[in-house]
Design a protein around this ligand. Sequence first.
Ligand code: GDP
Length: 331
Amino acid sequence: MSLAKKNLTLDQLKSGIITGDRLILSQAITLCESQLPEDQRSATQLIDSILNYTGTSLRIGVTGIPGVGKSTFIEAFGLFLISKGHKIAVLTIDPTSTLNQGSILGDKTRMNELSQNRNAYIRPSPTSGHLGGISEKTRENMLLCEAAGFDIILIETVGVGQSEVAVKDLSDFLLLLMISGAGDELQGIKRGLMELADMILVNKSDGENIEESLRTKIVFEQALHYFPQNINHWKVPVETISSRQPTNLDRVWNYIDEYITLTKTNDYFYTNRKHQNLQWFREGLSNQLLQYVFQNPKLSNKKKEIEQAIQEGKKSVKSGLEALLKQVFDQ
Ligand code: GDP
């Protein structure tokens, strides 16, 4: 039976969400993550109905290679923000969950203290493969959390690859975590990761690592000099922090605050969100088209046939696309 039927009505879900009922929020997220077409229809209605309650939060992306300390940072920074009176939702973008059954985080207990705080809501990655884009579900979850009154959304990337670009498209401010002593190549400096960041944090600056972290900070600052100026006139800061022995988190927050004030004044904040909306629409459109092909047996068979012909060198990619699209429009 579909989740929509088994549980609450859409009105009950909506009012539960906007009154901040966490149990109902979780049910709503599960509904949106369901693959059943009936649930998907309900989810669309639900998202539409809460749209007026969304958009007011601050969306902060957190990225960096595995092991750099993202979870530890989110735990510390989340608690810091809560101490300032905020309500935090933590979401993840996890490309592995679209490929495998289940997220690599599944059995890892993370953010212990934060997860027990009533002003925090932590949603693990979706546990089953989605046909949609890697950030589609995270985006919907973000809107639901905003409607439920969480005023800061922390979006963590898990794994490397497409997720950094996806998190950029979801967030207002992107934090890139680095550490001293890990090669440039590994940390994505040469892959253009630094161009995406709004602030760079050299994490694990504690104990014996403080000196080295300060040196790394200077290297990053120098590297940033060679980058073209940001269109939003923001100068990307670099800061050393410790997430384990929380240090400099107030500075991180001050910079974010400064950025938001600047970009709200010069309008970039709003134009960026409008641009993101269009990006989401376009991503959604291509996902929906793909799903349409996957779910229709005739089209799906045709697709397999064409793919085989392409692999065997009997068809070009271009003519394969034309042939499939013709079939889609002839339906
Ligand atoms: P993630 O894979 O990026 O989420 O990294 P984790 O948050 O799981 O951290 C990886 C390891 O680094 C863990 O053993 C953490 O305890 C450790 N770690 C994280 N932040 C710090 C820090 O600020 N200082 C030190 N010394 N260790 C840290």
